[in-house]
Design a protein around this ligand. Structure first.
Ligand SMILES: [Zn+2]
Length: 323
């Protein structure tokens, strides 16, 4: 990473130059691979007359219902071939948009239940995913996460996640969706297996639940990073714990606003977290629903007047691997 990029980043923010921003390398390390595309171009490409999503979801189950619509529209076809093709199309939309927005490093999250759509044929699934990611290798460094959908039955989770961990294709493990439906203790053995396989450990926590849930998730699952973790900002001891242990929070401001966990960019707790020494990154979560790409998220946060361009440049650089 060089200082020219930092200079361009600062200049892009100060002058509102969106095109210059797209030339500055950025990372997106909290991006669900099936939900990172542009809604309009994806729907048009597939010939779908899908209605635009609402802007706010006071009820998390409405958000999950919309996600399900995108996965199954126009008919709820349970056929594995239909589902796997749908997901490959959504992953393409994610990579195309990331590259067009100037993202150079991405950690896309795949759901392990994808393996079910491949009839548990791990080799065919990994071969399809590898072929797809290779097509973008000149523009994007892709380090895939594999995720556990915490609302799934534990037997289905175990059946699909262990082969994914053993495949060697995935760089990190994550657990996501409504955190009220699966305590971290349920996933301890899976996280130990991923750690043994040399994977990075992430988990969604503190998006909907309180600060202590963030600390508990980090301790029980031995996390390296937390997806969201914004509730930590209500607790100085939890923030100290995160700062002391070098636990990074991968934030997604627009997602928090649209899921009604935060009122505005100005009141987003990123400022408080940074003031308490917690390392953060800015990411997109589910662009196909929230509509805000990485470049826009940086402008959104700069627009609050709460961050200097240099501080946001540090946040940008935090997203890249250290080596
Ligand atoms: Zn997420």
């Amino acid at each position: 990473m060089n200082s020219k990029d930092s200079r361009n980043f600062v200049q892009a923010l100060e002058t509102g130059d969106r095109e210059l921003m797209k030339t500055v390398p950025r990372a997106d390390v909290h991006n669900h691979a099936a939900l990172g595309g542009d809604f309009h171009s994806w729907a048009a490409k597939e010939g779908f007359d899908l209605p635009e999503s609402p802007r706010h979801f006071p009820d998390f189950t409405d958000f999950q219902a919309l996600v399900n619509t995108i996965f199954t529209y126009p008919e709820n076809n349970p056929d594995g071939d239909f589902r796997s093709k749908r997901f490959l199309s959504l992953f393409d939309a994610t990579y195309e948009l990331a590259a067009a927005d100037g993202i150079t490093y991405i950690e896309p999250g795949y759901d392990a239940v994808l393996l079910d759509h491949y009839g548990m044929d791990l080799e065919r699934m990994i071969s399809d995913l590898r072929r797809q990611t290779d097509r973008y290798s000149d523009r994007l460094t892709i380090r895939p996460d594999v995720g556990i959908l915490r609302v799934c039955d534990m037997k289905d989770i175990e059946r699909t996640i262990y082969p994914c961990i053993e495949s060697g294709f995935f760089n990190a493990l994550d657990v996501f969706a409504d955190e009220r439906s699966g305590p971290p203790e349920d996933f301890r053995d899976i996280y130990r297996a991923a750690k043994k396989a040399g994977m990075k450990l992430k988990a969604h926590a503190g998006e909907l639940l309180e600060a202590e849930f963030v600390r508990r998730s980090v301790e029980v699952l031995e996390l390296d990073e937390v997806q969201h973790g914004i509730a930590a900002a209500t607790s100085p001891p939890v923030m100290r714990f995160l700062a002391d242990n070098g636990i990074r929070l991968n934030l997604c401001p627009s997602s928090n606003i649209q899921l009604c966990q935060v009122e505005s960019f100005k009141t987003h707790p990123m400022r408080i977290l940074m003031d308490h020494g917690v390392k953060v990154t800015v990411n997109t979560d589910d662009i196909i629903i929230f509509g805000q790409r990485s470049s826009e998220e940086f402008f959104n946060m700069f627009g609050t007047g709460l961050y200097t361009p240099e501080e946001l440049d540090e946040v940008r650089l935090n997203g890249f691997p250290l080596s």
